[in-house]
Ligand binder design. Sequence first.
Ligand SMILES: *[C@@H]1O[C@H](CO)[C@@H](O)[C@H](O)[C@H]1NC(C)=O
Ligand SMILES: *[C@@H]1O[C@H](CO)[C@@H](O)[C@H](O)[C@H]1NC(C)=O
Ligand SMILES: *[C@@H]1O[C@H](CO)[C@@H](O)[C@H](O)[C@H]1NC(C)=O
Length: 466
Amino acid sequence: MLPRLKTIIPAARIHRPSVAPHDPCLLNLEAIVVEMQDPKNGVKGAEQKLNVTVIPHVIAGKDIIMWIANKMNTTPEEAQVFGTMLVTYGYIYPLQNHRKLVMSNDTSLYRFQTPYYWPTQKWVAEDSDYAIYLAKRNIRKKGMLEPYEQAHYNHLHEWLNHKWDFIVMQATEQYKANKERKKPDRVVFDCQERAYWMVNRPPRHTHSALDCGPDRLINPNADEVTESFDYQSKLLVKYITTYKNHDSFLAPCLPSNPWQTDNDTYWTLNMRRVEVPTKMRVERWSFSLFELLSDLRGRDDFKLFLKKEFSGENLAFWEAAEELKWGTASSMSTKAETIFKTFLAPGAPRWINIDGRTMGLTVKGLEHPHRYVLEAAQTHVFMLMKKDTFFRYLKSPVYKDIQKKALNPEPHNFSPAELERNAQNRSPGIHPIILWQQEEEEKAKATAAATPIDVKAVMSKIDRKK
Ligand SMILES: *[C@@H]1O[C@H](CO)[C@@H](O)[C@H](O)[C@H]1NC(C)=O
Ligand SMILES: *[C@@H]1O[C@H](CO)[C@@H](O)[C@H](O)[C@H]1NC(C)=O
Ligand SMILES: *[C@@H]1O[C@H](CO)[C@@H](O)[C@H](O)[C@H]1NC(C)=O
């Protein structure tokens, strides 16, 4: 049995609630990893000589894959993919080629990672821990780190300069403590630690299962990407420059933040379907067609413009597609039928102009409708509006007009006494569900008023029922 590793990790570890976004999926993986290590029914490991040291519980990749295939009743190919997943998350680590986080279907050797290093542990891989690890490795390797480790080391040295003495001291202590252990334990411990950092601080530009956010590399074959980082950071800068005044952490909330002042004017002014929107809101519509359509008030304004142009079909179709995507399952076939008759059928009253191939696919798909059957056509129509109509809207008198009308609330300057009074008169506000219901009712009324009853369709339905 290995000694509990926790006891020799120094207290520098900062415990934090886990933030791993993959948690639920990882718990399933873990259940299987535990089963795999069952002494009776798990994968059989053996002692194995590696660089003159005998290491316990070593398993060949092909044995793990076979076990998975039997256990899960899958093909060997799937079992191999699953095995690789266990390696990329750091549950199993390779002993020989430690930088390739894959599971090979051969005699390559692997070991199970100790649960202390599993990604669901309630501590986060901290830079200072990584610095201690690298400093320790630097001592052991007498300054001969691998190039990527050297790069990380240099960066951390600069970044954590203020506590570098502490880091080196910790590293030295750990190095000494480790020297007192028996050789096989020491090798095992080194491998575990190295495997952990390989997963959590991989060489730059390699794919890592634990990555999330915009820098994430999705294609595991794209090992060395060098140019994309610059491009992504440019996009990020552009995004932030555009949105910074609209971020309530960075810019003041006008007239005042209801959570701070107990005055809910801000909410009233920004209801979903207000008569006159605020300047901020109108500005936001100009960022992209997506922003414009996401805001119901913006969408209404866009509709007004389209109505003047007699070209509301595209947006109406886009909305119908949204309805289909998010509506109830039971209403799906009725909705699909209506959409077909309104927009796609030959001679339809609001026929939309999309390319023949997309049209063909969509019409065929509608024979057996599902939620996403209109996705391709919807995207096509969105791009059409984005390239053309959206920019004309931004230059149109309709947009100029709403820009002029838009409100620019003066900031509230409440005195402490007034704040006190506001807090006492705090109102419960309107429940969002009620607001939503009101809007749905209005929408239903508007639709009923807008669509004339299609007598022919009703008749043909009655005929079919007979
Ligand atoms: C064994 O030696 C090889 C080459 O000398 C080295 O790359 C590898 O990391 C060593 N393995 C272990 C477990 O120390
Ligand atoms: C792994 O190797 C075994 C025997 O060498 C073979 O039967 C199996 O199909 C291989 N699995 C994969 C995924 O290639
Ligand atoms: C919020 O403050 C404004 C300005 O002082 C005031 O006119 C308004 O009545 C207040 N609203 C509420 C709900 O207290």
